[in-house]
Design a protein around this ligand. Sequence first.
Ligand SMILES: Nc1ncnc2[nH]cnc12
Ligand SMILES: [Zn+2]
Length: 339
Amino acid sequence: MHDFIAGLPKCELHLHIEGTLEPELRFELARRNGVELPYASVAEMRASYEFDSLASFLAVYYDGMGVLRTEPDFYELATAYLEKAAAQNVRYAEIFFDPQAHTGRGVPFDVVIRGLARAIGDAEARLGVRAQLIMCFLRDYQAEFAMATLLESLPYRQWIAGVGLDSDERGNPPAKFAAVFERARREGYRLTMHCDVDQPDTTEHIRQCLELIGVDRIDHGVNALEDQALVDEIARRGLGLTVCPISNGFVVEGAKAAEIRRMLDLGLRVTINSDDPAYFGGYVQENLVRVYEELDLTAEELVRFERNAFEIAWLPRAVKDGYLAELEAYAAARGASAG
Ligand SMILES: Nc1ncnc2[nH]cnc12
Ligand SMILES: [Zn+2]
């Protein structure tokens, strides 16, 4: 089954590009940019990646990205991820980036997005992996900063499929950003938001995503299972949920495998993703293996995760259908096409 998972045509929908900064590249960029790091080795840096909550993870994550300064830095970051993704048979990825975490420390928006977009263009030509960007707003900052960032992004719209909301959820509900997301929708962006596992008020946040914001997707969203009305509405709208099992195991107890089982059984459009793989230690393949091992999934169920992902991807119908046909052919050739 591990070979089956390795060969599966994959779609990654919940991946923070800054969370793919591996220690080796962090060291290299620090050297190049003259940034002092308080670690003597890659092993020492990795050993410092200790977290048991979203807040403790975020502190390490924001510190890590301090070495990213120039357009080539962002190019190399995204290229390294896309090479890894292609090696795991990711055919399409929607990649989060956090512009405010860079502009807030003096790196221009233009530098960030040009580096990322150039990497995406080159990777498509060289590796056949396709990707688009999702611009995330940091929810622990003021809504005015998010609005200013939205306006700053408009000249680069051709590279940005949609907007998201990440960072520390405590006290930062979707409602705080209602005007920003309403404007983003009017500008043609698709909408998603993190409703992270077991955060305070997360079911209320999911309710606001549905009733107030009108999201196209929810990132994580696992706690919707606590409220039948939320489950019913997510099912009725056919909304996708981008779940990240290994990441879950770091910020709460366990990978939420039982909840993923329930989402599959309820017919929800649950997908498996990697979140911040350089920090949590698993790309999409390792995440699929983790749920496979915890749930003893069938090949058909593994195919279902990818079918859901391509189905909810922010791509034109004909492009999705091309990926879905590739997936079905892979499944059929291995007797796993129950649909
Ligand atoms: N897992 C995560 N949750 C919330 N914000 C994030 N930003 C980067 N990774 C994140
Ligand atoms: Zn995330």
